[in-house]
Design a protein around this ligand. Structure first.
Ligand code: KG4
Length: 367
């Protein structure tokens, strides 16, 4: 299974997160988070779990290629990292000396991209004398519901909870026993669900990244018009390569009979394909919740932005007595706020990372 995420680059757009937080001077634990695992350069500051800033530079340059080009991503990270980190510090209303620790994404992801963030974090640690804390990017997604924001309700799940972690590189059901104790109950044995969304869009000539495009078109289509084969995989594991192939043959066969088939039916195809992907995801999540007796349910990762999946989780939760937690949209895709919150938990647990740390592209190489 690949943990590479897919990138995308051209002009650099700076977006920011929280503003209007009370000015913080009576310092406790202030964590600077740095994320550079794929095609988003992001930096965030949290104080005792509360978000003070979250700055993100996304890379439009990849759009022209229909997928992330690793070398272009690394170059864009090099350009973005200094302004993004300094904006995060400025917008948080703090200075470098106020920071307690620097959390950074060590992996998994694209190695060149990770090298930029890791090297920057190490250099900043040396220059500032602040300790380093490494973070597993996937753990960031799983803990995103713990990011607190001023003026918000700030609900978070109780332990243990189940997290359906769905992104461009992963599809897992994770049992979260504590912030640092995770059990992977099931995972994809081949492709990730985000790849299935992206390939669907690509096969239909709709653009990249495919998830948001398919999601948008699906809202206008009939989800029961077409049927795609569902995998039979034991336990809580997933498989998405078969459904991709099923769509490929469907497209090829129908285009042979009618060259305008895709154009005339794209909303119904997207709705039917998305409905099938969501059913596959939900079937295993429901089974895991039943078997473990856990009713605290969260989702995370880029695909957790999908409107159909969000609605399905809420609806199943209502029927089954789950307490459900959906991350805010800005915390579904790659962002440094989730790295900062995960780093905060590691920091509280006494973990520190040495300067000899190297980034790792694959989850299997993490320790
Ligand atoms: O978590 P993420 O930003 O990057 C990885 O670490 O992989 O996830 C990116 C994936 C892409 O496959 C993208 O198409 C998908 O998340 N995605 C969506 C939606 N928004 C992003 N998939 C379905 N519906 C969406 N609304």
């Amino acid at each position: 299974m690949s943990y590479f995420c897919r990138l995308n680059t051209r002009s650099i757009v700076l977006r920011k997160g929280t503003a209007g937080h009370p000015h913080i001077m009576e310092t406790s634990d202030i964590i600077l988070g740095i994320e550079s695992s794929c095609d988003d350069t992001s930096a965030a500051v949290i104080k005792d779990g509360f978000l003070l800033s979250n700055v993100l530079a996304s890379q439009d340059v990849h759009k022209a290629y229909g997928g992330v080009i690793p070398e272009l991503a690394s170059r864009a990270h090099q350009v973005n990292i200094v302004p993004v980190v300094s904006q995060a510090i400025d917008r948080a209303g703090i200075s470098l000396t106020d920071i307690t620790a620097i959390a950074f994404t060590r992996g998994p992801g694209l190695l060149g991209s990770l090298l930029v963030g890791t090297s920057f974090a190490k250099a900043l640690s040396v220059a500032s004398g602040k300790p380093l804390v490494e973070v597993n990017h996937l753990q960031g997604h799983v803990l995103a519901n713990f990011i607190k924001e001023y003026g918000k309700e700030n609900r978070h799940p109780e332990f243990p909870y189940l997290c359906l972690l769905v992104s461009g590189g992963n599809s897992q059901i994770v049992k979260v026993n504590s912030p640092l104790d995770f059990e992977i109950l099931g995972q994809t044995i081949d492709d990730a669900v985000g790849e299935a969304f992206d390939k669907c869009s690509k096969m239909m000539g709709l653009g990249y990244p495919g998830g948001p495009i398919v999601d948008r078109l699906a809202k206008e289509g009939d989800p029961y018009r077409f049927h795609f084969a569902k995998p039979r995989v034991p336990g809580y594991d997933y498989s998405f390569s078969g459904i991709k192939t099923s769509l490929l043959y469907f497209v090829r066969d129908n285009l042979a009979g009618d060259p305008d088939f895709m154009e005339h039916n794209k909303a119904d195809i997207c709705a039917s394909f998305q409905r099938t992907l969501i059913e596959i995801l939900m079937d295993k999540l429901i089974r895991a919740a039943k078997d473990t007796g856990i009713r605290q349910i969260t989702i995370g990762g880029g695909v957790s932005a999908n409107s159909g999946l969000r609605a399905a989780v809420v609806e199943e939760g209502r029927k089954r007595g789950w307490t459900t937690f959906l991350p805010e949209f800005k915390f579904t895709t790659d962002n440094a706020a989730m790295i900062a919150i995960a780093g905060y938990f590691h920091y509280l647990h006494g973990e520190r990372t040495g300067l000899d740390v190297a980034p790792v592209s694959r989850i299997a190489d993490f320790h």
